[in-house]
Design a protein around this ligand. Structure first.
Ligand code: HEM
Length: 188
């Protein structure tokens, strides 16, 4: 069956084209986010000297927008998406995905809160999201400082777990889990 036969919306058998486009573009943007921070922490590249590292805030904001759209689309498709299955593994899969969604919302939101609270102004892609302000809002900056980086790394571990579980499905159970998000055919 040609690729175009993939449905736009999700079905109980496969994720549709919209979910796939959002899933893989968010995956790429998150990979970029961790790469920029690895360059910053590993090689000491600063956002001021490196456009790559400096893109972290901008790309993170774009990722956040796509994550919100992804969540809305998931809710709109909730009644006819592929199920996680029953039993302990199914419950663990649901819990894992729930935690991942939660982290994907909180991590960039915390950074945006900090950008707002700092009062320095924030204009991703040239669009003024937060104008400059006289005084910073200390509690906001401190609160966001305490969670963005730490939870960002926890989220990295959750992503590795997510990828590892797909690998396990492919190697051990061979149940076509990856094909639901990456396969070229609309499974029957
Ligand atoms: C989902 C998207 C994002 C992910 C996965 C992410 C992840 C991370 C990680 C892992 C760190 C390293 C913390 C450390 O030094 O140990 C970091 C730092 C940083 N992030 Fe993000 N980030 C995201 C979005 C954003 C956004 C939207 C902004 C700005 C609005 C931002 C601004 C920063 C800044 C300024 C730092 C360096 C200071 C700090 O450690 O907090 N990030 N991020």
């Amino acid at each position: 069956m040609p690729r175009s036969s993939l449905p736009l919306r999700d079905t109980p058998q496969v994720y549709g084209r919209v979910t796939r486009a959002l899933h893989w573009s968010i995956a790429l943007l998150l990979l970029w986010q961790y790469m920029t921070m690895a360059l910053k922490l590993g090689f000491g590249w600063s956002p001021r000297d490196s456009a790559v590292v400096g893109s972290h805030s901008m790309i993170g904001t774009l990722a956040f927008v796509l994550i919100v759209i992804r969540l809305i689309w998931a809710v709109m498709n909730a009644a006819h998406r592929p199920a996680h299955g029953g039993g302990l593994i199914g419950i663990a899969a649901k819990a894992g995905h729930g935690l991942l969604y939660l982290a994907m919302l909180i991590v960039p939101l915390a950074a945006l809160l900090r950008a707002f609270g700092s009062g320095r102004g924030f204009a991703p892609f040239g669009f003024t999201l937060f104008p400059t302000r006289e005084a910073p809002i200390e509690w906001m900056v401190n609160f966001a400082n305490a969670i963005h980086g730490e939870l960002g790394w926890v989220m990295g571990v959750l992503i590795l777990g997510h990828v590892g579980m797909v690998g396990l499905h492919e190697a051990m159970w061979k149940d076509g889990t990856l094909a639901k998000m990456a396969g070229r055919k609309a499974l029957r």
